[in-house]
Design a protein around this ligand. Structure first.
Ligand SMILES: *Cc1c(COP(=O)(O)O)cnc(C)c1O
Length: 380
């Protein structure tokens, strides 16, 4: 998978989405979960930079029929592209946009009990999943406010399709983190039991995201809201290492070489003359920059690209739209050729994990910030 470069024909910078990797990751994650637990992939932020519509289309074809997004507009975009099934907005929607929830049959998270009243005030039926705060302290009614939660279930005009919580320490496995996570799960169960005891039908329950599925699959639920793992990795190289045989990166990021030129010993290149050649060199200018989401912190040799299967270190400062690399040892690098920023080229690979580690962030941020100028297409 992902060993073949697909030349986009004319694009300046593009993302290849591997259909095979996406399907294999989904199947692997599903296989870890109890039989009845369904996938609800997180396709927010353009499916972590891959492109929400193509990713949701591929997953729909593979039998996935529930998705979560960050905001109502992301849900609308999926519906307008013909995506069916459940779409859940995980974040806040402004009351003036409640009509979009109704019009596009999108479910809304109840972020607290005041918000349940606002949703009810819309006056017509809206589908909701009730958020329960068991420790993240971000959204949802607190799990110790049982009577407040029961009040939410008494609210008129709401159709209760789900109830969920979000684990906040499931990525590390220290004794304290495990204890905290299991306490979150227990508190969530207590809330669910209280709802049942009050005579309300229990809606679909969900609590696992990617780290939950790899570290705590036994916690199950009716849905798993998988994001980063579906795209073939976890947040860092270290976290991804144990799962490398089971998760395959879905994204390859490539850009075109605009020009190859000489840089003579003693000459400088780029803004601030940051780089100075200590010997005669050849450098290539690649048509991608920080405005495309390539982190500027990879400047001055921190990052590298692959050209014709060989590593080309970045020289000087990454610009908004272009980046220079050293191709002295890659004699066949030429104008119109292809540079790989993430993905495989021949025997070698650059992973999003590598970029995240070098840029001092997590893969989620690297992927989700891929720019709008980058073309996206699905490959095998
Ligand atoms: C983004 C998000 C997810 C997906 O998280 P991953 O760690 O990428 O799997 C799941 N649930 C909620 C509430 C989220 O905001």
């Amino acid at each position: 998978m992902n060993t073949q470069i697909t030349d986009s024909g004319h694009a300046r910078a593009w993302i290849e989405i591997s259909r095979g990797a996406l399907a294999a990751n989904a199947a692997f994650l599903k296989s870890r979960l109890p039989e009845h637990c369904r996938l609800m992939p997180a396709v927010k932020a353009e499916a972590y930079g891959h492109g929400a519509v193509p990713v949701a289309r591929e997953l729909s074809k593979a039998g996935v029929d529930a998705f979560c997004v960050a905001c109502v507009q992301e849900g609308v975009a999926l519906r307008e592209a013909g995506i069916e099934g459940e779409i859940l907005v995980l974040g806040y929607t402004h009351p003036e946009e409640f009509y979009l929830l109704e019009k596009y049959r999108i479910s809304q998270t109840v972020v607290d009990r005041e918000y349940a009243r606002l949703l009810s005030g819309y006056g017509r039926k809206l589908h909701v999943h009730v958020g329960i705060d068991t420790g993240m302290r971000r959204l949802g009614e607190r799990s110790d406010e049982i009577s407040g939660i029961i009040d939410i279930f008494r609210t008129e005009n709401l159709v209760f399709d789900g109830i969920f919580t979000h684990l906040s320490a499931d990525d590390r496995l220290t004794a304290a983190d495990i204890e905290f996570t299991l306490r979150q799960a227990r508190e969530f169960d207590t809330v669910v039991s209280a709802i049942a005891d009050s005579g309300f039908p229990v809606p679909k329950r969900h609590l696992l995201a990617s780290y939950g599925v790899v570290n705590y699959p036994q916690l199950g639920g009716d849905y798993a809201r998988i994001g980063i793992a579906l795209y073939g990795m976890l947040g860092t190289t270290e976290d991804t290492e144990p799962w490398k045989a089971f998760l395959t990166p879905v994204m390859s990021l490539r850009a075109r070489i605009a020009t190859v030129r000489e840089l003579y010993a003693g000459e400088s290149a780029g803004y601030g003359n940051d780089f100075t050649a200590d010997k005669n060199m050849r450098i290539a200018t690649v048509t991608i920059g920080y405005a495309d989401g390539y982190p500027r912190s990879l400047s001055n040799g921190a990052g590298r690209m692959l050209i014709n299967g060989r590593y080309a270190p970045i020289i000087g400062r990454i610009c908004m739209d272009q980046t220079s690399v050293d191709v002295t040892d890659i004699p066949d690098a030429r104008q119109g050729g292809i540079a790989t920023l993430i993905g495989r080229d021949g025997e070698n690979e650059i992973t999003a994990c590598e970029l995240a580690d070098k840029a001092g962030t997590i893969t989620n941020e690297i992927l989700s910030r891929m720019g709008t100028r980058i073309e996206r297409f699905v490959t095998e």
